[in-house]
Design a protein around this ligand. Structure first.
Ligand SMILES: *Cc1c(COP(=O)(O)O)cnc(C)c1O
Length: 379
């Protein structure tokens, strides 16, 4: 089955009790048993829910995994993955990691003896030199946020496998339509379903797709033991969003390429960070491991003042100033004052995250309107 067909059909069958074509929302906490322990595979809804199960089967197929486990949010999914480790183990993460992932590792898991270090992963040899005997999990994010750097998943996996280290890729920015890390050798794929999978900015959700049944079983055990399950209504919304993933992401990528081209030609714009630009350092790797270049763009201005960026952010009309990404509507954000405000200014600027850097999540509106909106706001 090809990808677009899988989105709509994989794991999805008419409901056995009524023939309903769309997966019903099984809003129940428990299931009647014929006698003690005699049941239809469903006992209690923390452990199993039919709506969630259909979504998990669909997601496993989309990422070519053996199984998937859904959670109440992307970070709840990450929390469960880190619980595969034990005190004394170390996570080696991508340098420019999603802020919430960084916070979970550094502020929460460090208190339980799980250490984390964050290193650039663009150069595989440098990365290899950073692995220690304690490294038990490698956490990759590509493209990164907000600098849109690209990491060669296959190259990192090759190094990790020599040392039997688990590799997880946070695939939220790419979506399964653009990038399938398990095909490149990763063990685990994380999605914040809140973003492209849901696609309509109306639900918080997370998922882990596993290369092996053993990993899926371990995560199901952790999920049942700790309880961060998504509600059936949220699973339904994600299932509904997934049906149009290919159409939405394809259009968003087409729009993003045109917006990036417009920004590059604008006299007030300094840098445009977008992997689709041939001079982007990760362009060739992105071309190899992604189906298209995604719909996230960052750019800054020649005028590096905070106020210059703030003026753009307060003058866009279609681009709403908001956190998050991956919805049908375009959003604009300002990492220096929003998502990355807690990083010391000097460190932030050294890593390329300047005061006037703005991040765009390109939606599926008509691109002429998006470009006109940015043009008037930048001018
Ligand atoms: C949003 C996001 C998360 C966290 O997901 P939530 O659903 O908000 O918990 C993790 N990684 C990336 C790359 C994200 O964009």
């Amino acid at each position: 089955m090809k990808f677009g067909t899988k989105l709509i059909h994989a794991g999805i069958h008419p409901d056995p009790s009524t023939g309903a074509v769309m997966t019903p929302i099984y809003q129940t906490s428990t299931y009647a048993q014929d006698g003690p322990g005699v049941h239809k595979g469903f006992e209690y809804a923390r452990t199993q829910n039919p709506t969630r199960k259909v979504l998990e089967e669909n997601l496993a197929a989309l990422e070519n995994g053996a199984g998937a486990v859904c959670f109440g949010s992307g970070l709840a999914a990450m929390d469960a993955i880190i619980k595969l480790l034990k005190s004394g183990d170390e996570v080696l993460g991508t340098h420019d990691l999603y802020g919430g992932s960084y916070r979970l590792l550094v502020r929460v898991f460090s208190q339980f003896g799980i250490k984390s270090r964050f290193v650039p992963m663009q150069d595989p040899d440098y990365f290899a030199s950073q692995i220690s005997d304690q490294t038990k999990l490698i956490w990759i994010e590509t493209p990164t946020n907000p600098l849109l750097q690209i990491i060669d998943i296959e190259a990192i996996v090759k190094i990790a496998k020599q040392k039997n280290i688990l590799v997880c890729v946070d695939n939220t920015f790419a979506s399964p339509y653009l990038q399938n890390p398990i095909d490149l050798g990763a063990d685990l794929v994380l999605h914040s379903g809140t973003k492209y999978l849901g696609g309509h900015s109306d639900v918080i959700h997370g998922a882990v797709i596993c290369k092996t049944n053993e990993l899926a079983d371990q995560l199901h055990f952790i999920q049942n033991a700790t309880g961060a399950v998504p509600g059936p209504m949220d699973c339904f919304l994600i299932l509904r969003g997934i049906k149009t993933l290919h159409v939405r992401v394809q259009r968003a990528c087409e729009n993003a390429a045109k917006v990036a081209e417009f920004l590059q030609s604008h006299s007030k714009v300094n840098r445009v960070l977008y992997p689709g630009i041939p001079t982007h350092p990760g362009h060739d790797v992105a071309k190899r491991q992604m189906r298209d270049f995604g719909a996230m763009i960052s750019f800054d201005l020649h005028n590096q003042d905070l106020d210059a960026a703030k003026s753009v952010l307060s003058h866009t009309e279609l681009f709403l100033c908001a956190e998050s990404l991956g919805g049908v509507e375009s959003l604009i954000g300002h990492p220096a004052s929003m998502t990355h405000g807690s990083i010391p200014r000097e460190d932030r600027i050294k890593s390329g995250l300047t005061d006037s850097l703005m991040r765009l999540s390109i939606g599926i509106e008509d691109v002429e309107d998006l470009i006109a909106d940015l043009d008037q706001a930048i001018n």
